[in-house]
Every structure is written in structure tokens, then in C-alpha cells.
Design a protein around this ligand. Structure first.
Ligand SMILES: Cc1cc2nc3c(=O)[nH]c(=O)nc-3n(C[C@H](O)[C@H](O)[C@H](O)COP(=O)(O)O)c2cc1C
Ligand SMILES: CCCCC(=O)C(=O)O
Length: 373
């Protein structure tokens, strides 16, 4: 073998196994688990495995790197950290460690409303590592408008540059493992810190996060409340994607919530082409669910996403290695994607196209609903 070894050694399943050994079983299950029979959860990864990439050849080089532009900001790679609750279940440094690692690698972070660290502290930790760090705030619209408004003000004051509104949770999904384990409360000493001192909370106390069936009117009220770009997370139906564009939404995140809400939902990557088709390039489309390696990111881009998010792997890396673990994971995913892009004959992320995606089998075929060559 000649030349430098460029392929990173990374085994996502082994990372999850190592994390399992570190965590209390009910905490591991909370993170790993999904709704119902966990079909949507399994399908997220399986659907990627059913797809293959046709590389293009003799395209010359060198490539110009992995950078992409999303909502006016340049990202070093089409990769971001999806919002996940309660990072201090995984590691005592929790969201602070995740934020530092994301910032150090230039990876945009979506911090969750259900974080165990307040958004101001998350952004401060990220900016201390990298003044240019991109942090977005994930929001569940709350039934009381003043509560939503206060959360938005906190995200704005903290320096978040977009709001990711999760719209796939009109009610909470049935998490089979949590029901079996009786896991429904954070352990003593941990709290959803963004929910502290909100209207309706006891002094010094936190409010519960409501899963509530908001409507498009509520989204319009949010639009009037803030100038931050709005990203809708959890859109799977192309008709909703079209409405979102008409309503002035700034970006979509195609997601089945990591299989934690509707168990009959399709895999995120399977829902992506129809949503991207409905949006027709008018706003950026992001995706998460089952993204574990560079080939998954490449498939997502070829099928119309501008970037892909990772959820559980970040928590596994945090559990096993704290900040350094997350830094290693994010750098590895970026290097892996850079290698896959080059192997596909791409010079830049936008070079990956839908005609390069085929469904495995003999003979392989174009995924249904995709235009023929
Ligand atoms: C432990 C855990 C907590 C999560 N919490 C939230 C949340 O508070 N808000 C939200 O919009 N999505 C949440 N998600 C969903 C993620 O944002 C994301 O859609 C999903 O994890 C992506 O799939 P992946 O874990 O296969 O990468 C959570 C996922 C996990 C695993
Ligand atoms: C109340 C926050 C729950 C977070 C969570 O587990 C999820 O959104 O999947």
C-alpha cells in the first residue's frame, strides 16, 4: 500500500457497545430506544444500508473540500449535531463537553430545549473554544405563548443563530424501553435547565416540557416573535414541506425523531427525496436519523439534503470519552465523508447527485420515485 492511510478507523456499533458498558441500563435504554416495536428506529440505519453509490470516474481533481453554505453561514462539512435531551445522563460535563467539541471541530450544534445545561452556558462554552461557533436552539412550541416567548428570548440572548422547531411531537411517543424500565424522571441533581424560572414555574424550579399539538397559526405567532431563521424539524410529508415554504419557513429538517415518535414513520432517508422534490431548492433541506458514517452523509446529500445530523453517536462518544470522544467522532465523520466524496468523483459536496444512488440487489435499480437516468 502506498500513500497515506486516509480512511479513519471507526466502528459505530462498537462505540455504542462501549457506551452501554459505561451507562446505567435505564439511561442507555433511554438514549438507544425508540417508540413501539422500534421499527422506525431500525429502519433509519437499515435504509442507508439498502442504498449504494455509483462513483463517477476520471473527474480529475483536486477537490475543493467539504465546505457547504447553510442559511448564509459556511460550515466546514455537511454535518451537524442533532438536538438530543439530557447530555449529563451520558457524562458529567454534559452539553458543555458536546459544545466544546462541536465548536473545536467547527461543527454546528443544535442544543436542545431539554438540555441539562442552560442555552447561555452552552453557547458560552462553544464560543470560548471558537468565537465563530454556530449554535442553534431546538424548541418545542409550548401551550402558553409567554413560555415560548421567554425560551426564544433566552436563545436569542445566548447568541443562537436559528430556531429548530420540532413539529413531530403533538404528543409524546411510547418509548417501550422507558415504560418497561419505569424511567420517567431525571436523577437527582439533573434538571432541564432551560425550563427554570419560566412563567408558571415555582421560584427556582423548572417546568415540564409540554408535547402539544401546535398549528400553523402558532408557527406564524413564533415568526412574529423573532427574526431568527426557523427550521422545521420532523417534516416527512411533501405537502407539509410545501406549506412550510409558503409560510416562510427558512429550512426543513427531515427526521422521524430517531424513531422515537411514530413507529410507522418511514426511514428519514426514504422520506428525503419526496420532501426535497416538493421544496425544489427554495429552502435548504437537512436530514437526520441513522447517519453513522461518511457514506450515509454522501447518500443524504445525493438525495437532496444540504447536510446531515447525528444524534445517538454523539451521546455514545460523550459517554465513552467526554469532550475528546465527541471531538474524535466529529473529526472522524468529516474525514470519512471527505474520503467518500473523493471516491465518488466529487470535488465538492454539491457534486453528489441522485443519479448516483441505487437500491442494492441484482440487478440494482433506481430507488422508486427517483427519475431514471
Ligand atoms: C436521547 C435522545 C433525545 C432526543 N431528544 C430530542 C429533543 O429533545 N428534541 C428533538 O427535536 N429531538 C430529539 N431527539 C431526536 C434527535 O434530534 C434526532 O432526530 C435523532 O436522534 C437522529 O437520529 P440518530 O440518533 O439515529 O442519529 C432525541 C434523540 C435521542 C436519541
Ligand atoms: C421531554 C424531552 C424528551 C426528549 C426526548 O427524549 C426526545 O425528544 O426524543
Amino acid at each position: 500500500m502506498t500513500g497515506p492511510r486516509t480512511g479513519p478507523a471507526y466502528d459505530p456499533a462498537a462505540l455504542a457497545r462501549r457506551a452501554r458498558a459505561q451507562l446505567l441500563p435505564e439511561h442507555y435504554d433511554f438514549i438507544a430506544g425508540g417508540a413501539g416495536e422500534e421499527r422506525a428506529l431500525r429502519e433509519n440505519e437499515d435504509a442507508f444500508a439498502r442504498l449504494a453509490l455509483l462513483p463517477r470516474v476520471l473527474r480529475g481533481g483536486p477537490g475543493s473540500g467539504t465546505r457547504v453554505t447553510v442559511l448564509g453561514r459556511e460550515w466546514p462539512a455537511p454535518l451537524f449535531v442533532s438536538p438530543t435531551a439530557f447530555h449529563r445522563l451520558a457524562h458529567p460535563d454534559g452539553e458543555l463537553a458536546t459544545a466544546r467539541a462541536a465548536a473545536a471541530t467547527g461543527t454546528p450544534l443544535v442544543t436542545g430545549m431539554a438540555a441539562t445545561t442552560a442555552v447561555a452556558d452552552v453557547v458560552a462554552a462553544a464560543r470560548a473554544r471558537n468565537p465563530e461557533a454556530v449554535v442553534w436552539f431546538q424548541l418545542y412550541l409550548q401551550p402558553e405563548h409567554e413560555v415560548t416567548a421567554e425560551l426564544v428570548r433566552r436563545a436569542e440572548r445566548a447568541g443562537c443563530s436559528a430556531l429548530v422547531v420540532t413539529v413531530d411531537s403533538p404528543v409524546f411517543g411510547s418509548r417501550t424501553r422507558d415504560l418497561r424500565n419505569g424511567f420517567h424522571d431525571l436523577p437527582p441533581g439533573l434538571a432541564a435547565e432551560n425550563m427554570r424560572d419560566l412563567p408558571g414555574a415555582a421560584p427556582g424550579g423548572t417546568r415540564d416540557i409540554a408535547m402539544w399539538p401546535a398549528g400553523w397559526d402558532d408557527l406564524r405567532r413564533l415568526r412574529d416573535l423573532t427574526d431568527l431563521p426557523l427550521v422545521l424539524k420532523g417534516v416527512l410529508h411533501p405537502a407539509d414541506a410545501r406549506t412550510a415554504v409558503e409560510q416562510g419557513v427558512d429550512a426543513l429538517l427531515v427526521s422521524n425523531h430517531g424513531g422515537r415518535q411514530l413507529d410507522a414513520a418511514p426511514a428519514a432517508v426514504e422520506a428525503l427525496p419526496a420532501v426535497a422534490g416538493a421544496v425544489a431548492g427554495r429552502i435548504p433541506v437537512l436530514v437526520d436519523g441513522g447517519v453513522r458514517r461518511g457514506t450515509d452523509i454522501a447518500l443524504a446529500l445525493a438525495l437532496g439534503a444540504v447536510a446531515a445530523g447525528v444524534g445517538r453517536p454523539v451521546l455514545w462518544a460523550l459517554a465513552t470519552g467526554g469532550e475528546d470522544g465527541v471531538t474524535e467522532l466529529l473529526s472522524t465523520l468529516r474525514a470519512d465523508f471527505a474520503q467518500v466524496l473523493a471516491l465518488c468523483g466529487g470535488h465538492r459536496p454539491g457534486d453528489l447527485t441522485a443519479d448516483q444512488v441505487v437500491a442494492r440487489g441484482f440487478p440494482y435499480h433506481r430507488p422508486k420515485g427517483e427519475p431514471a437516468w
